[in-house]
Write a new protein. Sequence first.
Length: 292
Amino acid sequence: MIELVLSLFSQLGLVALLALSLSLVFGVSRIVNLAVGDFATIGAFTMVATAGLPFWLGILIGLVVSVPLLYVIERGLLSRLVGSPLASLLVTWGVGMVLRQVCELVWGATARAVRAPVDGVVTVLGVPYPSFRLLAGLGGAVAVAIVLIIAYRTRAGLRLRAVADNSTMAALLGTPPARTRTLTFVVAGLLAVLAGGLYSPLLGVNPSMGFTILIPAFVVLLLARPGSFSGAVIAAFFVVALQVVLRRFFADTAADALFYVVVLFAVAVRSTSTTRRLLTWSTRFLPCGRVA
Protein backbone atom coordinates (compact mmCIF):
# COMPACT_ATOMS: atom_id res chain seq x y z
CA MET A 1 0.00 0.00 0.00
CA ILE A 2 2.79 2.43 0.91
CA GLU A 3 4.51 1.67 -2.36
CA LEU A 4 1.33 2.51 -4.28
CA VAL A 5 1.03 5.84 -2.47
CA LEU A 6 4.67 6.67 -3.20
CA SER A 7 4.25 5.76 -6.87
CA LEU A 8 1.15 7.95 -7.05
CA PHE A 9 2.98 10.87 -5.45
CA SER A 10 6.02 10.56 -7.69
CA GLN A 11 3.99 10.37 -10.93
CA LEU A 12 1.34 12.93 -10.04
CA GLY A 13 3.63 15.92 -10.52
CA LEU A 14 4.20 15.23 -14.21
CA VAL A 15 0.54 14.70 -15.10
CA ALA A 16 -0.68 17.54 -12.86
CA LEU A 17 1.75 20.05 -14.39
CA LEU A 18 0.75 19.13 -17.94
CA ALA A 19 -2.95 19.00 -17.07
CA LEU A 20 -2.78 22.39 -15.36
CA SER A 21 -0.98 23.77 -18.43
CA LEU A 22 -3.78 22.50 -20.67
CA SER A 23 -6.46 23.76 -18.29
CA LEU A 24 -5.02 27.27 -18.07
CA VAL A 25 -4.88 27.73 -21.84
CA PHE A 26 -8.27 26.15 -22.42
CA GLY A 27 -9.89 28.11 -19.61
CA VAL A 28 -8.66 31.49 -20.83
CA SER A 29 -8.52 31.03 -24.62
CA ARG A 30 -10.73 27.96 -25.23
CA ILE A 31 -7.79 26.41 -27.08
CA VAL A 32 -6.76 22.78 -26.64
CA ASN A 33 -2.99 23.00 -26.77
CA LEU A 34 -1.93 19.71 -28.34
CA ALA A 35 1.69 20.90 -28.33
CA VAL A 36 1.93 20.80 -24.54
CA GLY A 37 3.71 17.44 -24.58
CA ASP A 38 6.22 18.78 -27.08
CA PHE A 39 6.89 21.77 -24.83
CA ALA A 40 7.80 19.20 -22.19
CA THR A 41 10.09 17.59 -24.77
CA ILE A 42 11.89 20.91 -25.12
CA GLY A 43 12.50 20.93 -21.38
CA ALA A 44 13.78 17.35 -21.48
CA PHE A 45 16.16 17.96 -24.39
CA THR A 46 17.43 21.12 -22.72
CA MET A 47 18.57 18.85 -19.89
CA VAL A 48 20.36 16.68 -22.46
CA ALA A 49 22.06 19.74 -23.94
CA THR A 50 23.13 21.06 -20.52
CA ALA A 51 24.24 17.70 -19.13
CA GLY A 52 27.53 19.17 -17.89
CA LEU A 53 25.80 21.83 -15.79
CA PRO A 54 24.03 21.49 -12.42
CA PHE A 55 20.60 19.92 -12.80
CA TRP A 56 18.61 22.87 -11.48
CA LEU A 57 20.57 25.31 -13.65
CA GLY A 58 19.64 23.22 -16.69
CA ILE A 59 15.96 23.52 -15.78
CA LEU A 60 16.32 27.28 -15.37
CA ILE A 61 18.00 27.59 -18.78
CA GLY A 62 15.17 25.58 -20.35
CA LEU A 63 12.59 27.92 -18.85
CA VAL A 64 14.42 31.06 -19.95
CA VAL A 65 15.01 30.01 -23.55
CA SER A 66 11.39 28.85 -23.89
CA VAL A 67 9.85 32.24 -23.07
CA PRO A 68 10.46 33.91 -26.47
CA LEU A 69 9.36 30.76 -28.32
CA LEU A 70 6.09 30.57 -26.38
CA TYR A 71 5.48 34.29 -26.86
CA VAL A 72 5.98 34.06 -30.63
CA ILE A 73 3.67 31.03 -30.90
CA GLU A 74 0.88 32.75 -29.03
CA ARG A 75 1.16 36.22 -30.58
CA GLY A 76 2.07 35.08 -34.07
CA LEU A 77 -0.35 32.17 -34.41
CA LEU A 78 -2.87 31.50 -31.66
CA SER A 79 -3.92 35.10 -30.97
CA ARG A 80 -5.31 35.21 -34.52
CA LEU A 81 -7.41 32.10 -33.94
CA VAL A 82 -9.39 33.02 -30.82
CA GLY A 83 -12.92 31.80 -31.38
CA SER A 84 -11.82 29.14 -33.89
CA PRO A 85 -11.40 25.93 -31.84
CA LEU A 86 -10.79 23.62 -34.80
CA ALA A 87 -8.21 25.91 -36.40
CA SER A 88 -6.35 26.39 -33.11
CA LEU A 89 -6.41 22.63 -32.52
CA LEU A 90 -4.79 22.00 -35.90
CA VAL A 91 -2.25 24.78 -35.39
CA THR A 92 -1.09 23.48 -32.00
CA TRP A 93 -0.84 19.99 -33.49
CA GLY A 94 1.28 21.44 -36.29
CA VAL A 95 3.48 23.31 -33.82
CA GLY A 96 4.05 20.06 -31.96
CA MET A 97 5.05 18.29 -35.18
CA VAL A 98 7.53 21.03 -36.03
CA LEU A 99 9.09 20.85 -32.55
CA ARG A 100 9.39 17.07 -32.82
CA GLN A 101 11.10 17.31 -36.19
CA VAL A 102 13.52 19.97 -34.95
CA CYS A 103 14.45 17.83 -31.94
CA GLU A 104 14.99 14.82 -34.18
CA LEU A 105 17.11 16.88 -36.58
CA VAL A 106 19.33 18.19 -33.77
CA TRP A 107 19.56 15.17 -31.44
CA GLY A 108 18.46 12.26 -33.61
CA ALA A 109 15.73 9.71 -32.98
CA THR A 110 17.68 7.64 -30.44
CA ALA A 111 16.47 7.96 -26.86
CA ARG A 112 18.80 9.86 -24.52
CA ALA A 113 19.30 9.44 -20.78
CA VAL A 114 19.59 12.27 -18.25
CA ARG A 115 21.45 11.64 -15.03
CA ALA A 116 19.46 12.27 -11.87
CA PRO A 117 21.01 14.80 -9.49
CA VAL A 118 20.26 12.53 -6.52
CA ASP A 119 21.07 8.83 -6.31
CA GLY A 120 20.10 6.16 -3.85
CA VAL A 121 16.90 5.32 -2.04
CA VAL A 122 15.05 6.62 0.96
CA THR A 123 13.02 4.47 3.33
CA VAL A 124 9.45 5.62 3.95
CA LEU A 125 7.55 3.66 6.60
CA GLY A 126 9.79 0.68 5.98
CA VAL A 127 9.50 0.79 2.17
CA PRO A 128 12.64 1.75 0.18
CA TYR A 129 11.93 4.08 -2.72
CA PRO A 130 14.20 5.97 -5.20
CA SER A 131 15.09 9.36 -3.77
CA PHE A 132 14.85 11.31 -7.00
CA ARG A 133 11.34 10.05 -7.77
CA LEU A 134 10.14 11.53 -4.50
CA LEU A 135 12.11 14.72 -5.13
CA ALA A 136 10.57 15.09 -8.59
CA GLY A 137 7.10 14.52 -7.14
CA LEU A 138 7.74 17.14 -4.49
CA GLY A 139 9.00 19.65 -7.06
CA GLY A 140 5.92 19.12 -9.22
CA ALA A 141 3.59 19.44 -6.22
CA VAL A 142 5.19 22.70 -5.13
CA ALA A 143 4.95 24.17 -8.64
CA VAL A 144 1.27 23.19 -8.93
CA ALA A 145 0.51 24.63 -5.47
CA ILE A 146 2.17 27.94 -6.35
CA VAL A 147 0.14 28.28 -9.56
CA LEU A 148 -3.14 27.49 -7.77
CA ILE A 149 -2.39 29.99 -5.00
CA ILE A 150 -1.70 32.68 -7.60
CA ALA A 151 -4.83 31.76 -9.57
CA TYR A 152 -7.20 31.78 -6.58
CA ARG A 153 -5.60 34.04 -4.00
CA THR A 154 -4.08 36.99 -5.86
CA ARG A 155 -5.33 39.96 -7.89
CA ALA A 156 -3.53 38.63 -10.96
CA GLY A 157 -5.41 35.37 -10.58
CA LEU A 158 -8.68 37.26 -10.25
CA ARG A 159 -8.03 38.97 -13.59
CA LEU A 160 -7.13 35.61 -15.11
CA ARG A 161 -10.39 34.05 -13.95
CA ALA A 162 -12.36 37.10 -15.06
CA VAL A 163 -11.07 36.70 -18.62
CA ALA A 164 -11.80 32.97 -18.47
CA ASP A 165 -15.35 33.60 -17.29
CA ASN A 166 -16.31 36.59 -19.46
CA SER A 167 -13.61 38.28 -21.54
CA THR A 168 -15.93 41.06 -22.73
CA MET A 169 -16.87 42.08 -19.22
CA ALA A 170 -13.23 41.80 -18.11
CA ALA A 171 -12.21 44.18 -20.89
CA LEU A 172 -14.86 46.69 -19.80
CA LEU A 173 -13.46 46.52 -16.26
CA GLY A 174 -9.92 47.26 -17.43
CA THR A 175 -8.36 43.82 -17.89
CA PRO A 176 -7.00 43.39 -21.45
CA PRO A 177 -7.99 39.88 -22.61
CA ALA A 178 -5.32 39.64 -25.32
CA ARG A 179 -2.49 40.41 -22.92
CA THR A 180 -3.93 38.02 -20.32
CA ARG A 181 -4.16 35.23 -22.89
CA THR A 182 -0.56 35.77 -23.96
CA LEU A 183 0.74 35.77 -20.41
CA THR A 184 -1.32 32.70 -19.54
CA PHE A 185 -0.05 30.80 -22.57
CA VAL A 186 3.56 31.60 -21.70
CA VAL A 187 3.12 30.56 -18.07
CA ALA A 188 1.26 27.40 -19.07
CA GLY A 189 3.99 26.54 -21.57
CA LEU A 190 6.64 27.05 -18.90
CA LEU A 191 4.79 24.56 -16.66
CA ALA A 192 5.12 21.98 -19.43
CA VAL A 193 8.80 22.80 -19.97
CA LEU A 194 9.36 22.48 -16.22
CA ALA A 195 7.62 19.10 -16.21
CA GLY A 196 9.81 17.82 -19.03
CA GLY A 197 13.02 19.03 -17.44
CA LEU A 198 12.17 17.91 -13.93
CA TYR A 199 11.12 14.41 -14.96
CA SER A 200 13.72 13.93 -17.72
CA PRO A 201 15.81 11.46 -15.67
CA LEU A 202 12.72 9.25 -15.33
CA LEU A 203 11.78 9.36 -19.02
CA GLY A 204 13.35 8.08 -22.18
CA VAL A 205 14.14 11.44 -23.77
CA ASN A 206 13.30 11.21 -27.47
CA PRO A 207 11.52 13.47 -30.01
CA SER A 208 8.24 11.52 -29.85
CA MET A 209 7.95 11.41 -26.06
CA GLY A 210 5.61 14.40 -26.04
CA PHE A 211 2.70 12.47 -27.51
CA THR A 212 3.03 9.71 -24.91
CA ILE A 213 2.93 12.05 -21.93
CA LEU A 214 0.19 14.16 -23.51
CA ILE A 215 -2.42 11.38 -23.34
CA PRO A 216 -2.99 11.29 -19.54
CA ALA A 217 -3.06 15.09 -19.37
CA PHE A 218 -5.56 15.25 -22.22
CA VAL A 219 -7.75 12.72 -20.41
CA VAL A 220 -7.69 15.01 -17.37
CA LEU A 221 -8.88 17.91 -19.53
CA LEU A 222 -11.81 15.78 -20.72
CA LEU A 223 -12.80 14.90 -17.16
CA ALA A 224 -12.31 18.25 -15.44
CA ARG A 225 -14.82 21.08 -15.56
CA PRO A 226 -13.73 23.74 -18.11
CA GLY A 227 -12.14 26.71 -16.37
CA SER A 228 -11.65 24.93 -13.04
CA PHE A 229 -7.90 24.82 -12.54
CA SER A 230 -8.14 23.10 -9.18
CA GLY A 231 -10.56 20.63 -10.77
CA ALA A 232 -7.86 19.71 -13.29
CA VAL A 233 -5.44 18.87 -10.49
CA ILE A 234 -8.07 16.76 -8.71
CA ALA A 235 -8.84 14.92 -11.95
CA ALA A 236 -5.10 14.37 -12.48
CA PHE A 237 -4.95 12.70 -9.08
CA PHE A 238 -7.67 10.20 -10.03
CA VAL A 239 -6.17 9.53 -13.48
CA VAL A 240 -2.72 8.80 -12.04
CA ALA A 241 -4.24 6.71 -9.23
CA LEU A 242 -6.09 4.64 -11.83
CA GLN A 243 -2.89 4.11 -13.84
CA VAL A 244 -0.86 3.13 -10.78
CA VAL A 245 -3.46 0.65 -9.52
CA LEU A 246 -3.99 -0.97 -12.92
CA ARG A 247 -0.26 -1.37 -13.50
CA ARG A 248 0.04 -2.91 -10.06
CA PHE A 249 -2.32 -5.79 -10.85
CA PHE A 250 -2.08 -6.16 -14.65
CA ALA A 251 0.59 -6.31 -17.31
CA ASP A 252 1.31 -2.99 -19.05
CA THR A 253 -0.65 -3.81 -22.20
CA ALA A 254 -3.72 -5.00 -20.29
CA ALA A 255 -3.45 -2.06 -17.89
CA ASP A 256 -3.41 0.44 -20.76
CA ALA A 257 -6.42 -1.21 -22.40
CA LEU A 258 -8.40 -1.18 -19.14
CA PHE A 259 -7.36 2.42 -18.51
CA TYR A 260 -8.90 3.57 -21.79
CA VAL A 261 -12.06 1.55 -21.19
CA VAL A 262 -12.55 3.19 -17.79
CA VAL A 263 -11.73 6.63 -19.22
CA LEU A 264 -14.22 6.27 -22.07
CA PHE A 265 -16.91 5.25 -19.59
CA ALA A 266 -16.06 8.16 -17.29
CA VAL A 267 -16.14 10.67 -20.15
CA ALA A 268 -19.52 9.32 -21.29
CA VAL A 269 -20.92 9.67 -17.76
CA ARG A 270 -19.28 13.06 -17.36
CA SER A 271 -21.02 14.39 -20.48
CA THR A 272 -24.57 13.69 -19.26
CA SER A 273 -26.68 16.64 -18.13
CA THR A 274 -27.29 15.11 -14.70
CA THR A 275 -23.57 14.76 -14.01
CA ARG A 276 -22.90 18.31 -15.20
CA ARG A 277 -25.54 19.69 -12.83
CA LEU A 278 -24.13 17.62 -9.97
CA LEU A 279 -20.59 18.88 -10.58
CA THR A 280 -21.77 22.48 -10.83
CA TRP A 281 -23.67 22.11 -7.54
CA SER A 282 -20.77 20.44 -5.75
CA THR A 283 -18.26 23.14 -6.68
CA ARG A 284 -20.29 25.67 -4.69
CA PHE A 285 -18.76 24.13 -1.57
CA LEU A 286 -15.18 24.45 -2.88
CA PRO A 287 -13.70 27.95 -2.41
CA CYS A 288 -11.39 27.42 -5.38
CA GLY A 289 -13.72 25.37 -7.55
CA ARG A 290 -15.36 28.18 -9.51
CA VAL A 291 -13.98 30.12 -12.44
CA ALA A 292 -14.87 33.46 -10.96
